[in-house]
Design a binder for this molecule. Structure first.
Ligand code: PEP
Ligand code: MG
Length: 572
């Protein structure tokens, strides 16, 4: 009998193959207290396990660098930095000396404590760091317990790999020539498995809870990573049906890839600019792969969040320089200055408890109060600006004064750099994210001062509709197709054009195929999205007639409800 399981699809595609099930060896730490005189020996055992882990990870780093390049190996430098963290080492040592635990028990408990602490943080990116800590911790534990590691580096036949949670080191060392898909019980959209599978274009579904209890190695499976479904022991008819869907999917992907070097031009000749949203230098390859004409949003906060301290000017300069250089002079990169606070926390900086963090001390508000932090970033961006074409964008602006204060600090940084004899792009452009109703209402005023707008619909929708973007209970009310949001978007575009400026969009709405016709009809100039969404949006734009899009947009703007907008778009 076919069994069906549901999870979260994180990388498109369909795979039909045998299941390889990864069940890590059980290590049962003995909680019996040790005698105080045994502590030295247990400390030494821990030190040896730690050192062995360091050597293994270094070797993985070196070999991955050689095979797949430095970028793919980055995960292992992150692992080495977990090992460098004195808190982990001291926590485990304390458990041996003060709680009288064996090395194995102290490692298991210490690692779990620290990982759970990260997992308990609100920010999804810091939560995912818990996976790194558990991965490194597991390695130390296996070394201490003398248990060999399960390796996936050579698979005998085409396989769908099924695991509780694939660790980053497992995914990197995996025999990819035979890996047709991934399924995990744990993980979310931003987990390493998800990110890696997308960049390798391997279908993946995560979050299938309890799966390992119901599946055996060798079972035939169909992985439908378009719908997030796993079929175990499918019927012949199902296999046939999915083979057909698989070839359709591959043909469609090929057709989209063929658009890579064609312009996003409508049938009647209007050309739009399609750009990528990135989180760091690691995403530039994907931007190129999908033919991005630039970066419409570089979310710099990751450099701050995946760190142990506020990144130095040099650290930031290096990241921005790499992105600028790899995109080149013809592909502009919009760097968004630090957008932290709200739901984004920092491991090394305590934000005060706030009743309404989304309305609180976040983004530009924090930066204007912490000039030291802000100026460090502005200096780094300016210095990197000569390596490509950089633009600066300030988030969460609600008033002209905020923009002017930010610009004044930028001017101070320019003067400092001139005095130090350091070069930068004197004509660097500055713009703002329009993500607050205040910025929408003041768009005509702001447009006279900025070089460009970029509409952040993720926040603009939440603030316009007063619907928390992370609250699942009211998620059905969070809808950028609401005429109020559409009217806000239109107003901003009109205001910018009246002042001779351009407007982009870097919220998720820009990459939403349902919105393309409306946004084109409203005259949005630039669409910025996850790079892999670019081909689909380009295909839609190329099939559009701008005059018809304008008429439809007008009707949507005159609609009295979301339902009416949906009806116009044939979505109901
Ligand atoms: C937005 O608010 O639309 C946006 C792009 O910013 P973020 O999602 O990072 O808040
Ligand atoms: Mg935002």
């Amino acid at each position: 009998m076919t069994r069906e399981y549901q999870g979260i699809p994180v990388s498109d595609g369909i795979a039909i193959a045998r299941a390889v099930v990864l069940r890590p060896a059980e290590i049962q730490p003995d909680p019996t207290p040790i005698q105080p005189e045994q502590a030295q020996a247990e400390l030494a055992a821990f030190a040896a396990a730690l050192e062995a882990a360091r050597e293994q990870i270094q070797a993985l780093y070196d070999s991955t660098c050689r095979r797949l390049g430095e970028e793919r190996a980055e995960i292992f430098s992150a692992h080495l930095s977990v090992l460098e963290d004195p808190v982990l080492e001291e926590t485990i040592q304390d458990k041996i000396t003060q709680d009288h635990r064996s090395a194995v028990c102290a490692i298991a408990q210490g690692v779990e404590e620290i990982a759970a602490m990260f997992q308990g943080l609100q920010d999804p990116y810091l939560q995912e760091r818990a996976a790194d800590i558990r991965d490194v911790g597991r390695r130390i534990l296996e070394n201490a317990a003398g248990v060999p590691r399960v390796e996936l580096s050579s698979l005998e036949e085409d396989s769908v790999v099924i695991a509780r949670d694939l660790t980053p080191s497992e995914t990197v060392t995996m025999d990819l020539s035979h890996t047709m898909g991934f399924v995990t019980e744990l993980g979310g959209r931003t987990s390493h498995t998800a990110i890696l599978s997308r960049s390798l274009e391997i279908p993946a579904v995560v979050g299938v809870s309890g799966l390992l209890d119901h599946i055996a190695g060798g079972d035939t499976v169909i992985l439908d990573a378009l719908e997030g479904r796993l079929l175990v022991d499918p019927t012949d008819d199902q296999v046939e049906d999915y083979r057909r869907r698989q070839s359709e999917f591959l043909a469609q992907r090929q057709a989209l890839n063929a658009l890579r070097d064609l312009p996003a031009q409508t049938r009647d000749g209007r050309v739009f600019s399609l750009c990528a949203n990135i989180g760091g230098p690691g995403d530039v390859a994907s931007a190129h792969k999908y033919g991005a004409e630039g970066v419409g949003l570089y979310r710099t906060e990751f450099l701050y969040m995946n760190n142990t301290h506020f990144p130095t000017e040099e650290e930031q300069f290096e990241a921005y320089r790499v992105v600028a250089a790899e995109m080149g002079k013809d592909r502009p990169v919009i760097i968004r200055t630090l957008d932290i606070g709200g739901d984004k926390e920092l491991p090394y900086f305590q934000f005060d408890q706030e009743d309404n963090p989304f309305l609180g001390w976040r983004a530009i508000r924090m930066c204007l109060d912490r000039e030291d932090v802000f100026k460090t970033q502005l200096r780094a961006i300016l210095r990197a600006s000569i390596f490509g074409k950089l633009l600066i964008m300030f988030p969460m602006i609600i008033s002209l004064e905020e923009f002017q204060q930010a610009k004044a600090l930028l001017e101070t940084c320019k003067e400092e750099l001139r005095a130090e004899g350091k070069s930068f792009d004197e004509n660097i452009q500055t713009g703002i994210m329009v993500e607050t109703p205040a910025a929408v209402m003041m768009a005509d005023v702001l447009a006279r001062h900025v070089d460009f707008f970029s509409i952040g619909t993720n926040d603009l929708t939440q603030y316009t509709l007063a619907v928390d973007r992370g609250n699942t209970r009211i998620a059905h009310r969070y809808d950028p197709l609401h005429p109020a949001v559409l009217r806000a978007i239109e107003r901003v575009i009109q205001a910018s054009h009246a002042a001779g400026k351009w407007t982009g969009m870097c919220g998720e709405f820009a990459g939403d195929p349902r919105a393309t016709v409306l946004l084109a009809g409203m005259g949005l100039d630039e669409f910025s999205m996850t790079a892999s969404s670019i081909p689909k949006i380009k295909q839609l734009l190329r099939s559009l007639d701008c005059t018809a899009a304008r008429t439809l947009a007008k009707q949507a703007l005159a609609a009295s409800s979301v339902t009416e907008v949906r009806e116009l778009l044939n979505l109901n």
